[in-house]
Design a protein around this ligand. Structure first.
Ligand code: CDP
Length: 203
């Protein structure tokens, strides 16, 4: 039986960590849809045309370890405003969502556009400063030299682009449960998510 969990929210809110923990907890498959846009962004940085790159995307392209850099994140949010790029990625995401055995998808438009019929919708958010601090620590641990100020500027620029675009803008679905992780550690955030999903599964 398909069971779809949609997790949306702004940059570095904790969607990825919550999605991984929730999918492991319930034994569901997980798709980080941001990687699709990052992979297209990386191809554009390498000289490709965005729509052609999105149409030709393969699972192999999602495995590159350069996709998590701030440069690729910016490129991703730039290609993500292009309607044809988004359209090229819809079928793959919807098929993934409806696979037997359950699926968790995280991104910006999962509850609003990709899976409006999702069984559970979560909107994970936190203050820009807290999100930037978490991303700064992640990037520093990987050896990136970006300063706190660089990372905060990146997060704010992407949020603005993601929220203000015409096509599938970042926003909480009307029936999403909002989890604000500003004052929550990861265990507490995951526990809240699991509680919401368990309640929905036994309803
Ligand atoms: O990990 P982080 O939250 O920083 O970003 P991400 O989820 O990897 O997404 C990178 C960029 O892809 C976002 O800033 C969005 O512009 C775009 N994106 C999107 O438009 N729709 C999605 N479903 C997922 C990502």
């Amino acid at each position: 039986m398909p069971f779809t969990i949609a997790i949306d929210g702004p940059a570095a809110a904790g969607k990825g960590t919550i999605s991984k923990s929730v999918s492991a907890h319930f034994g569901f498959a997980h798709l980080d849809t941001g990687l699709l846009y990052r992979a297209v962004g990386a191809k554009v940085l390498a000289g490709a045309e965005p729509v052609a790159a999105a149409e030709a995307l393969t699972p192999e392209d999602l495995k590159s370890d350069t996709l998590r850099t701030p440069e690729v994140a910016q490129a991703a949010s730039k290609v993500a405003v292009i309607a044809e790029v988004r359209a090229a990625l819809v079928a793959f995401q919807r098929a993934f969502a409806l696979r037997d055995g359950g699926a968790v998808l995280d991104g910006r438009d999962i509850g609003t556009v990709i899976c409006p019929e999702a069984d559970v919708k979560l909107f994970v958010t936190a203050s820009a400063e807290v999100r930037a601090e978490r991303r700064f620590l992640e990037l520093s641990a990987k050896g990136h030299s970006d300063t706190r100020a660089d990372v905060l500027a990146d997060v704010k620029a992407r949020d603005a682009r993601d929220m203000n675009r015409a096509e599938a803008p970042l926003k909480a679905a009307e029936d999403a449960v909002v989890i604000d992780t500003t004052d929550l550690d990861i265990e507490a955030a995951v526990a809240q998510a699991v509680q919401v999903i368990e309640a929905r599964r036994s309803a």
